[in-house]
Design a protein around this ligand. Structure first.
Ligand SMILES: NC(=O)c1ccc[n+]([C@@H]2O[C@H](COP(=O)([O-])OP(=O)(O)OC[C@H]3O[C@@H](n4cnc5c(N)ncnc54)[C@H](O)[C@@H]3O)[C@@H](O)[C@H]2O)c1
Length: 254
């Protein structure tokens, strides 16, 4: 992992959710490579531990904690861990979410509520828990949303509603906490993580061909945007939803 020689997070502490895989894992490595003390959390505690070990092996500072992003109690424990470790929190990357297919007329109540809880409630719980420490540090929050917040894909109404909710929430929070904490979201397009493990190569080739930059995304593409928005380089940017999708959402799919 390279961080382009940048060290924008020296002396700062970052807390990441869903960071044992994919985008969250890449963001943890990126922030650590740029000098952050990184608290790696995931519902998969063993996976979070592995990522923290890899960061330390690369010379970075990391701790790990099992955290179910839908659990307010787990968020409180993570904030307490950050406080006892470094006494501060500068960055929160709220990354939990998953798209489960199911057209509206087929979706039962439990599935709808679970998806909203995993992809939207988890963000609220993370914000509520981290705001006091972030305020003290004049920190930044970056939320992983999705291109589904901006355009419709057949079969994903609950995911679209959850990620679309983040779109408005980011603006609201940016206004609410003004100069104290910045809030932004990244909207990844198709990014090659575990979520894509079962996608046939022909389907990936089709999507690449429809993407102006001519390829699918890598987790590091999103991590770079997360690091930018979390850093002082973005100190005049708040309340924004940044599409990081190789241009897929701005081209015709005819
Ligand atoms: N990969 C894509 O193409 C893509 C596109 C748009 C948005 N996203 C968003 O990016 C985020 C990360 O996705 P990814 O592709 O890196 O997935 P991934 O499958 O690689 O990683 C997801 C991680 O989330 C963890 N997790 C699951 N439930 C959790 C919970 N309740 N609490 C805490 N952690 C939990 C898993 O253990 C896993 O480590 C999600 O919010 C997803 O909606 C991904």
């Amino acid at each position: 992992m390279t961080a382009a020689g940048l060290a924008r997070f020296t002396g700062r502490t970052a807390l990441l959710s869903a960071a044992a895989s994919g985008i969250g894992e890449a963001a943890a490595h990126r922030l650590a490579a740029e000098g952050a003390s990184v608290l790696v959390t995931d519902i998969d505690g063993k996976g979070a531990h592995r990522v923290a070990e890899e960061i330390r092996a690369a010379g970075g500072e990391a701790r790990d904690l099992q955290l179910d992003a839908t659990s307010p109690a787990d968020w409180a424990a993570a904030v307490a861990e950050a406080e006892s470790w470094t006494g501060r929190l500068d960055v929160a990357h709220l990354n939990a979410g998953r798209n489960f297919p199911g057209a509206a007329h087929e979706l039962d109540d439990d599935s709808w509520h679970y998806q909203l809880r995993l992809s939207l409630d988890s963000v609220f719980f993370g914000v509520r828990a981290t705001v006091p420490l972030l305020r003290a540090a004049r920190g930044a929050v970056v939320i992983t949303s999705s291109v589904h917040a901006a355009i419709g894909f057949k079969g994903y109404p609950a995911y679209a509603a959850a990620k679309g909710g983040i779109d408005a929430l980011v603006r609201q929070l940016a206004v609410e906490y003004g100069g104290e904490i910045r809030f932004n979201a990244v909207l990844p397009g198709s990014v090659l993580t575990a979520l894509w493990a079962d996608t046939p190569p022909e389907a990936k080739a089709r999507i690449s061909a429809r993407t102006p930059v001519g390829r699918l995304g890598e987790p590091e593409d999103i991590a770079a945007a997360v690091a930018f928005l979390a850093s002082d380089d973005a100190s005049f940017i708040t309340g924004q939803n940044l599409l990081v999708d190789g241009g897929r959402s701005i081209t015709s799919h005819e």
